[in-house]
Design a protein around this ligand. Structure first.
Ligand code: HEM
Length: 433
């Protein structure tokens, strides 16, 4: 056993497989006995106490996202999640407007409702006399997240399948920590194809709706450098390369995350039937009263089972965390799922309690300057999806024939959420012969 592993015996036992299966007992032990630990299988430091994680995420000068080792920078180019300081602010500032809650409610609420009308209509159409069954992840969460982010950006709804095909290549390339050159090449090729696809929208050769992200960014030719395009108005303009890299992040950062988050919310509620019943009563008919259970359900499900389990930072210099020396260039893994169940902040943290007063203190969207750009959009989509699904499908329950539960160490979510609704089938054993 190496010196570090001897010093951190619990960390030495952490495996990807065990984290993917059920990280919470591991986090509990680490938080108690080795809150700053070295995990040799991950090749990283791991933090599990909420206070330490908040402090690291707030300290971008000592713990940065800007590293040549970052796969997301390698594939997408330089963007807000791979820069810090002034550069990150320059990028993020250009994207914030269309993602503000007020702007989204103005520009997107109708779209989200319309998409849900269509998706719910399809489910209704398939239901039989005694009810229906469906995988809510595939039938509601996935199409809703793709169509919504396309709308915010201003891209046509019909391009969703094309974007999803690129997404698969990106997902593989971003997880390519072993550096397989073929996987990297496919990721880079997909990024090139996306650039060719989106450039005509950015240059104004293809139309985008007013109020969309691309309309705000839309480029025009730089009068001093013919052939080069710059952002149209205000502030320090972004080059076309910078716009494309940030659009890649925003577009592909908003698909699987939101799908998983909504999938987790469905699963969390449905695995607590008493909460499902209350939510169904509150949302019956597909509308809801303000101040009810819905917002608590969403925040608590993000605390209890966050879809993104960690944020990675590189130490910019030799530092100490709780007296443990971390060398310059080493990676610190901030475990969000562990922070969200820290008993120092959340009472009885393993319990799913939609009335928890401080559920919103969760770190599911990260913290500090890299706090999620899409948090309001994801919340709006989840609110609308839960309202329509619980209010519109009476007797909704998990399908016992196709069980699934959250899984994964980086993204954590059930692969499917199969449900049934309508009248429960009579149990034949109880019927008179
Ligand atoms: C509508 C969809 C979403 C979009 C467009 C989006 C986009 C982004 C972007 C652009 C960033 C980087 C911000 C920056 O560097 O300043 C970010 C950060 C982050 N997002 Fe999202 N996101 C979405 C949904 C979600 C969801 C549903 C989750 C999890 C429940 C999530 C978790 C995070 C986390 C943890 C970070 C911080 C990463 C870090 O600090 O290392 N996002 N998001």
């Amino acid at each position: 056993m190496s010196g570090r592993s001897a010093r951190f015996p619990l960390g030495a036992k952490v495996t990807f497989e065990a984290l993917a299966d059920d990280p919470y007992p591991i986090f509990r032990e680490l938080r108690r006995a080795e809150p700053v630990t070295w995990a040799p299988e991950l090749g990283m430091w791991m933090l599990t106490r909420r206070d330490d994680i908040v402090a690291v995420l707030a300290d971008w000068e000592r713990f940065t996202t800007d590293s040549p080792e970052s796969t997301i920078r390698d594939i997408f180019g330089s963007h807000m999640l791979t820069t810090d300081g002034d550069e990150q602010i320059r990028y993020k500032r250009r994207f914030i407007g269309p993602f503000r809650r007020g702007r989204l409610e103005e520009n997107l609420l109708g779209t989200v409702r319309g998409v849900l009308d269509d998706l719910m209509g399809e489910l209704d159409g398939e239901a039989r006399g005694d009810g229906g069954r469906a995988d809510l992840r595939a039938r509601i969460a996935r199409p809703l997240s793709v169509r919504s982010i396309c709308r915010v950006l201003g891209l046509p709804d019909g391009d969703g399948p094309r974007l999803l095909a690129w997404y698969d290549h990106f997902a593989a390339a971003l997880e390519n920590f072993a550096g397989d050159p073929a996987v990297r090449a496919t990721g880079k090729k997909a990024a090139g194809e996306f650039r060719d696809y989106v450039t005509p929208f950015l240059r104004g050769d293809l139309e985008v709706p007013d109020g969309s992200m691309i309309a705000a960014l839309r480029s025009e030719e730089d009068p001093y450098r013919p052939g080069h395009h710059v952002a149209r108005s205000g502030g320090d303009p972004l080059s076309e390369t910078e716009m494309v890299a940030n659009l890649l992040l925003v577009l592909f950062g908003g698909i699987e995350t939101t799908e998983s988050m909504i999938g987790n919310a469905f699963w969390a509620v449905l695995s607590h039937p008493e909460v499902a019943e209350r939510l169904a009563a509150e949302t019956s008919g597909g509308t809801r009263a303000d101040g009810g259970l819905l917002s608590g359900v969403i925040e608590e499900s993000m605390r209890w089972e966050p879809a993104v389990q960690s944020c990675m930072r590189w130490a910019t210099r030799d530092v100490e965390i709780r007296g443990v020396p971390v060398a310059r260039g080493e990676i610190v893994h901030c475990m969000l799922g562990a922070a969200n169940r820290d008993p120092a902040h959340f009472a009885d943290p393993d319990r799913f309690d939609p009335e928890r007063p401080n559920a919103r203190d969760h770190l599911a969207f990260g913290a500090g300057r890299h706090f999620c750009l899409g948090a309001s959009l994801a919340r709006i989509e989840a609110e609308q999806a839960l309202t329509r699904v619980f209010g519109g499908l009476p007797g909704l329950r998990l399908d016992p024939d196709r069980p699934a539960r959250p899984f994964g160490h980086e993204f954590r979510t059930p692969p499917t959420v199969w449900v049934r609704w309508g009248r429960p089938r009579p149990d034949r054993r109880l019927l008179p012969a």
